[in-house]
Design a protein around this ligand. Sequence first.
Ligand code: 5GP
Length: 116
Amino acid sequence: MSEETIFSKIIRQEIPTPLLYQDELVTAFRDVAPRVNSHILIVPNKHIATINDVTSDDEITLGRMITVAKKLAKEEGIDEKGYRLIINCNHDGGQEVYHIHMHLLGGQPLGAMLSI
Ligand code: 5GP
């Protein structure tokens, strides 16, 4: 699970995708298949396959993901009504792309936390 995914190519813009945010640690872009009105992915520039693979060295990057989520939620105009941040891990968590990413979801009521 250490191989790069499509997200690394998006981060490097080898696959052109409009970026909503990029700095030295994280990149954000819209989900290609949005599940809700506002669906943004916030991704560390460094390839980390799953949350199981993070280390204490990644703490600044993981914190940056949160502060960027807050900034983008404000820019999207969803900060006051509210939104949800999700990081899926491995099969049971519903992870499809093995490069960790935070989903920023909002723009409509999101209902119950889980639907199983
Ligand atoms: P996961 O299920 O791994 O938490 O979420 C992966 C997300 O990445 C999915 O919501 C999927 O729609 C999105 N995604 C997969 N491939 C691409 C892509 O090439 N571009 C973008 N923008 N999103 C993608």
